[in-house]
Design a protein around this ligand. Structure first.
Ligand SMILES: C[S@@+](CC[C@H](N)C(=O)[O-])C[C@H]1O[C@@H](n2cnc3c(N)ncnc32)[C@H](O)[C@@H]1O
Length: 233
């Protein structure tokens, strides 16, 4: 039985059986697929036990580090508590885990997820493709349409935070919007200067342990929630 090899976009080898035209994976690709499926099964079993939200696997090339359950639940509960008005609208910028938990904890909350990773197209019309390099390349009808905006920029650079700030300003309703930023402690001064944010006591954690200290910054006083606003020195 003769087989020919095709290139696919992932540079894996896919072989096509000429008799029935069904693609067949090369032995290397098959081994990788089996490993992937085993991981997925493991995730599903864990999800059933702990009732956590199923997430796609992290792609570190896209700077993807998902929150742990406590962090995702804490921030999602905070957002739900900010959405008491029925016309509240939430923009989740580059924080797909938060979006997923938000939809679990507050299914009626109106939310959009702005993401670069097309796998999140699974969220249908709530998904918007977003590249922070084009911070205002967004549908005009969304301008100033959100009273809660949460962002977790992919990088800890000044340039990235400046561009994400442009997006936050584009999306947020001027005047009375609640802003939440999850990012490295190193961005503390910039978060204050660019967006008027202060750090809370609550420390975001990730399911993969990171070397950087992460903080949650807000533009409003959360009271006793989120560990309170850090006092200024
Ligand atoms: C530090 S992670 C934040 C994820 C968050 N911790 C969570 O659990 O949902 C940064 C996010 O930025 C996204 N990202 C990567 N490149 C991007 C780009 N060029 N523009 C916008 N977002 C990007 C990644 O897909 C990832 O979801």
């Amino acid at each position: 039985m003769e087989e020919r090899k095709l290139d696919n976009s992932n540079n894996d080898e896919v072989e096509v059986n000429e008799e029935d035209d069904r693609p067949m994976l090369s032995s290397q690709a098959l081994a990788a697929l089996q490993e992937f499926l085993a991981e997925q099964n493991q995730t599903t079993e864990n999800d059933t036990e702990s009732h956590t939200v199923a997430l796609v696997s992290e792609d570190w090339r896209l700077s993807q580090f998902w929150y742990d359950d406590v962090t995702a639940e804490t921030v999602a509960e905070e957002v739900v508590s900010l959405c008491r008005d029925s016309d509240s609208r939430v923009a989740c910028i580059a924080c797909p885990t938060l979006y997923a938990y938000l939809k679990k904890i507050g299914p009626d909350v109106s939310a959009k997820i702005l993401e670069y990773d097309m796998r999140f197209e699974q969220y249908g019309s709530d998904f918007l493709f977003y590249d922070y390099n084009k911070p205002e390349d967004l549908p005009l009808e969304l301008k100033h349409g959100f009273n809660v905006v949460v962002a977790d920029p992919p990088y800890l650079s000044k340039e990235c935070l400046e561009k994400v700030t442009q997006t936050v300003s584009f999306l947020a309703k001027p005047g009375d919007s609640k802003l939440l930023l999850l990012t490295g402690e190193v961005q503390k001064e910039r978060a204050a200067n660019l967006l008027g944010l202060r750090p809370c006591g609550f420390r975001p954690q990730h399911s993969s342990k990171l070397g950087n200290e992460f903080r949650l910054f807000t533009n409003y006083d959360p009271g006793t929630r989120l560990g309170g606003w850090e006092q200024e020195n």
